[in-house]
Design a protein around this ligand. Structure first.
Ligand SMILES: [Zn+2]
Length: 275
């Protein structure tokens, strides 16, 4: 069953989690229903891609409202395909919300247990990883392209939560809309890194399709690594939605040859909610 359910043209919500925890907001945007035009038409959430910043701000305001938050509740990052994860407290509220210049530097993962903060990251093919621990109230999100995946940003989030006293067996994860294995063809160099990381894994999430060309299932690879980190398989929801093929409601960095917008992945506890 698809975990990301459309409630309006602009946002897909992680329905299963939200049903049990109404104070929680977690989802992923589409490219529909926004103010941007041209290659950014229309719900572009990325300031860093050359779109009109005023329109991006307007889009983010609309997204925040649909998520049950205000624009200034958003925390955003300057993402670098690294594995730095930041615990976001009230001091970071609003960073990267209304402009790119004050976004949290060199960060590809956020988590918090504070209310009224909407953790957010930008995506266009890379894999959004969502984390939730009902017992501790921790929520988190990470950006996993091939590099972040191979370098283990998913397991790194689990490690950070273990240090907070959270048992991996009580963590829920969701793997969001991103490029599918049929659309994600990589070369020897990338597959070399994946191969090395998965040496001990029997069922590989990739296969060769021609000389020097491989189809890599980044979502499946993330699932393998999250299970390895201790999250039970039954706790991991995985999307069937591809940013590149699919219904065409997403921006795709590959398909659009780099000139495109960004979707926003987000998670947070609404202000005043009783977890
Ligand atoms: Zn696809």
């Amino acid at each position: 069953m698809e975990p990301f359910i459309s409630q309006n043209e602009s946002v897909l919500f992680l329905d299963g989690w939200l049903k049990d925890f109404p104070g929680l907001s977690a989802g992923f945007t589409t490219k529909c229903g926004g103010a941007s035009s041209g290659e950014f038409e229309s719900m572009n959430a990325g300031y860093h891609v050359g779109d009109n910043p005023g329109l991006v701000k307007k889009n983010r305001e609309a997204i925040a409202n649909l998520a049950g938050f205000a624009l200034e509740d958003i925390v955003g990052a300057e993402q670098t395909h690294g594995t730095n994860i930041v615990k976001a407290g009230p001091h970071l509220k609003g960073r990267g919300a209304a402009s790119y210049s004050d976004s949290v530097k060199d960060t590809d993962g956020f988590y918090t247990n504070e209310k009224g903060i909407l953790l957010s990251l930008c995506f266009a093919d890379c894999v959004p990883l969502y984390f939730f621990s009902p017992d501790s109230g921790l929520v988190g999100i990470a950006h996993a392209g091939w590099k972040g995946t191979v370098d283990g940003i998913g397991p790194k989030m689990v490690e950070a939560w273990k240090a907070e006293g959270v048992s991996p067996s009580g963590i829920f994860a969701a793997i969001g809309p991103s490029i599918c294995k049929n659309c994600y063809i990589v070369d020897d160099r990338v597959i070399g890194f994946a191969e090395k990381r998965l040496e001990h894994v029997e069922k590989k999430p990739y296969n060769q399709i021609s000389v020097g060309q491989y189809s890599l299932d980044l979502r499946a690879m993330n699932k393998i690594l999250l299970e390895e980190a201790g999250i039970p398989a039954r706790n991991i929801a995985i999307t069937g939605l591809c940013s590149s093929c699919g219904e065409g409601n997403f921006y795709s960095h590959r398909r659009d040859r780099g000139k495109t917008g960004r979707m926003l992945g987000f998670i947070g506890w609404k202000e005043g909610s009783s977890r």
